[in-house]
Design a binder for this molecule. Structure first.
Ligand code: FAD
Ligand code: ASP
Length: 527
């Protein structure tokens, strides 16, 4: 049997129709599905994984939501912390718009049954993470916030077709007409005037990541293929404190930044508190600063991890049950021992370019959550702003989809996308070595060369999407000859005022990926 490859018409085993197809069952997808259904749209939500195969499920620290003046907080204070962490690349209007809707999004979530931790006075407990000047992060189950968000949204009555992968967004005359999907029932077409990509992140580009196995950049490849733009993909956030165990790869357990928010601190293997003097916020500096400081310390000392001293948090087991379980499984009691940690790939700050309603430049194509780039995160996301964005923009995208109700659907060519790919572990090793916390031109060139040699073979959609994302990321990172936020260039260590703008990737008429910065063509990748 020959394997189907790009351009081939698949045999269609099933068909369906909807007003909106939501691709993804995490915080963004479910928020959008609920919102659109409340407005009378016929919504069909699909997810390639099982209900809990989302990054949402794993979220620990909490949701950043501005508190009141009585709590020493305000929308403007949250905006300032977000923009400072974003290192000059946030869109301040987008930040203000999303942050300002945080309190109502939280109330809506509570109306679906989400229960957040409360203090002795009965008010919502709030913690701190890197880059936040005040305690504004609400949390659930101590450090199991994502599981509670997933549970509450999942119980809202929205049906989800699990085990169904979208492999292509269908368009006719430049407008969305539906999706081509693959499930155990074979290939199927869902006809719809609006499609929301809520497919999550791209952590599987790297050997070590906090992300679930399905975080394979599918939405990035789907959006580029449909004619949308992808922005700022070079900004991959590496979480500083991922539990380190010798030789482990794949999804690694996170040690929440809230652990430092509650008083823990980092030391190297000689006991030196190396964050002292690096940033005014010390151990609670923004995430890019801490990950870079750890990478430098590892390089300097020739070691592979540093240590987190959380012994002063006497309530650790109760306050951080998820982290405690992961530490116990590794034979560590955080009350008695230091926790070995190292940075690992965690979050994609860039993504499909959208406005704050999730609209892309392709009529009918929406994106929300980690896959999207609204301008909230800039060059480095402020901790716990992701669930916030998923809730707020997810809800809004459900409203934006109403605009497409009744749009006439043209006739789309239903053909399979390209399956050209580099095998996953080869790509992960390449990316980890050359496009990690610190990069340089030679390493990024090595990635570009390897991905441009990718060939079509069996239909492995995830590997094909990862290869497309690696292409965009490497070309954009190569063009960005400066260090900014979570993009650190060994060969260009300073930020450059001339490069303080977004990079935009799109496919040209030949199908190559072009990267533009300030409107100028700065790179081309073949993939
Ligand atoms: C360990 C960990 C801890 C975190 N802690 C926090 C935190 O405390 N606070 C915070 O704000 N953020 C946190 N984050 C980040 C945050 O959890 C994620 O960015 C956010 O949950 C992403 O939500 P999403 O809806 O965009 O995607 P996800 O929740 O990842 O959902 C993606 C969905 O898309 C589906 N999918 C993907 N591709 C396809 C396809 N081709 N076809 C069909 N379905 C597809 C998947 O099956 C899944 O259902 C954390 C992340 C991790 C990994
Ligand atoms: N809150 C963090 C994760 C954590 O450290 O808990 C995040 O936003 O990714």
């Amino acid at each position: 049997m020959t394997s189907p490859v790009g351009g081939v018409e698949p045999s269609i085993g099933w068909e369906a129709s909807a007003d909106l197809v939501v691709v993804g069952g995490g915080v963004a997808g479910l928020s959008a599905a609920i919102s659109a259904a409340r407005r009378g749209l016929r919504v069909l939500t699909v997810a390639k994984g099982a209900p809990a195969d989302t990054a949402t499920q794993y979220a620990q620290g909490g949701i950043a939501v501005p508190g009141t003046a009585a709590e020493g907080d305000s929308v403007e204070s949250h905006v300032r912390d977000t923009c400072e962490a974003g290192a000059g690349l946030c869109d301040e209007d987008a930040v203000r718009s999303i942050v300002a809707d945080g309190p109502s999004a939280l109330s809506l979530l509570e109306s679906f049954g989400a229960v957040f931790d409360r203090g002795v006075d009965g008010t919502r407990a709030r913690t701190k993470e890197g880059g936040h000047r005040v305690r504004r992060i609400v949390h659930a189950g101590g450090d199991a916030t994502g599981a509670e968000v997933q549970r509450a949204l999942g119980n809202s009555g929205q049906a989800v077709l699990y085990g169904t992968s979208v492999v292509r967004v269908l368009t006719a005359s430049g407008e969305v007409t539906g999706v081509l999907a693959s499930s155990s029932a074979g290939y199927g077409v869902i006809h719809a005037p609006a499609v929301l990509l809520a497919t999550g992140g791209l952590g599987q580009l790297y050997s070590c990541s906090t992300n679930p196995a399905g975080a394979t950049a599918d939405g990035i490849a789907l959006a580029l293929d449909a004619g949308a733009e992808v922005a700022d993909l070079e900004f991959v956030q590496f979480h500083p404190t991922v539990l380190f165990t010798e030789g482990s790869t794949g999804r690694r357990p996170l040690v929440s930044e809230a652990v430092r928010g509650e008083g823990a601190h980092l030391v190297d293997l000689s006991g030196d508190r190396f964050m002292t003097g690096v940033h005014p916020l010390g151990d609670l500096a923004p995430r890019d600063v801490v990950s870079r400081a750890i990478a430098e310390r590892l390089h300097l000392t020739g070691t592979d991890h540093v240590l987190l001293d959380a012994r002063s948090i006497r309530t650790f087991h109760a306050r951080f049950p998820t982290v405690t379980a992961a530490c116990f499984a590794a034979g560590i009691d955080p009350l008695e021992q230091l926790i070995p940690v190292a940075p690992a790939a965690h979050y994609s700050c860039g993504g499909v370019a959208t406005d704050v309603w999730g609209r892309t430049c392709v009529p009918g194509l929406l994106a929300a959550g980690e896959v999207a780039r609204t301008g909230l995160h800039g060059a480095n996301r402020l901790a716990s702003n992701s669930l916030l964005e998923g809730l707020v923009v997810g809800e809004r995208a459900g409203i934006a989809a109403v605009e497409r109700r009744g749009a006439r659907l043209g006739s789309a060519d239903v053909v399979l996308p390209s399956t050209a790919h580099v095998p996953r572990t080869v790509l992960q090793n390449l990316m980890s070595e050359n496009a990690g916390v610190v990069r340089d031109a030679d390493g990024l060139d090595a990635v570009t060369r390897a991905v441009s040699a990718a060939r079509e073979s069996e239909p492995v959609w995830e590997e094909a999407a990862l290869t497309v994302a690696a292409t965009v990321l490497a070309v954009a990172a190569s063009a960005r000859e400066e260090s900014r936020g979570c993009h650190t260039r060994r060969d260009h260590p300073e930020a450059s005022a001339a490069r303080g703008t977004s990079t935009r990737a799109s496919r040209n008429v030949h199908g190559d990926i072009e990267i533009r910065s300030i409107g100028e063509l700065t790179g081309v990748g073949r993939q």
